[in-house]
Write a protein that binds this ligand. Sequence first.
Ligand code: ADP
Length: 178
Amino acid sequence: MPIAIYPGTFDPVHYGHIDIATRAARIFERLIVAVYDRPLKNLLFSPQERVALMSEAMTDLPNVRVMGYSGLTVNFARQQAAQVIVRGLRVTYDFELEYQMALTNKKLAPDLETVCLVTSLEYAFLSSSIVKEVALAGGCIQAMAPPHVIVAIQEKLKKGARDSEAAQTRLTSRDWPT
Ligand code: ADP
C-alpha cells in the first residue's frame, strides 16, 4: 500500500482538513500531513504553531505523522518515499487550482500521483480564512475547528488587540507631547 502526503498551509487546521486526513488515513498505509512553511499568504500562525495544532488534531490517527516542510512538495514527497499527494476538493474554484497544481507536480515528478478527495457536505463551506474571519468578528467557530484550535485563535486575537492598543498609545503620546 502506498505512502501518501497531505500537504497544505493549515493556518489553522479545521474540521474540513481533519475529515480529509481521516479518510486518507483509511486508504493509505501511512499518511504524512505536510505543513508548508512559507506560502505566499498572510498567516496567523507560525510554521511551528501550525505543526503543533495539526499534531494535536491527529492524535487519534496512529498511521498519521505531521511534519513541516519547505521547498517543493514533490521533493518532500520523494524524501518521505511517498507515491501519492492527497488534496481536498470543495468547489469548482478549488478544482481549477488543484488541477493546475496536479499537472505541475506531474511535470516535475511523473512518478507521483495526486489523489483528490471530495469534501464532506457539512464542511464544503469551510476554509481557514472563514474560521479566522468569523473568529475576528466575534462569531462562534465551535462547529468549524477543534477546541485547542479555538483557544489558540482566541489567544492570537487577544495578543493582536493588546499589540494594536500599545501601538495606538505610542502613536497618541507621540502626536500629543505633554
Ligand atoms: P493550501 O494553501 O495548500 O490550499 P489549505 O490549508 O488551505 O492549504 O488546504 C489544504 C488542503 O485541504 C487543500 O487541498 C484544500 O483544498 C483542502 N481543504 C481545505 N478546506 C477543505 C474543506 N473544507 N474540505 C475539504 N478539503 C479542504
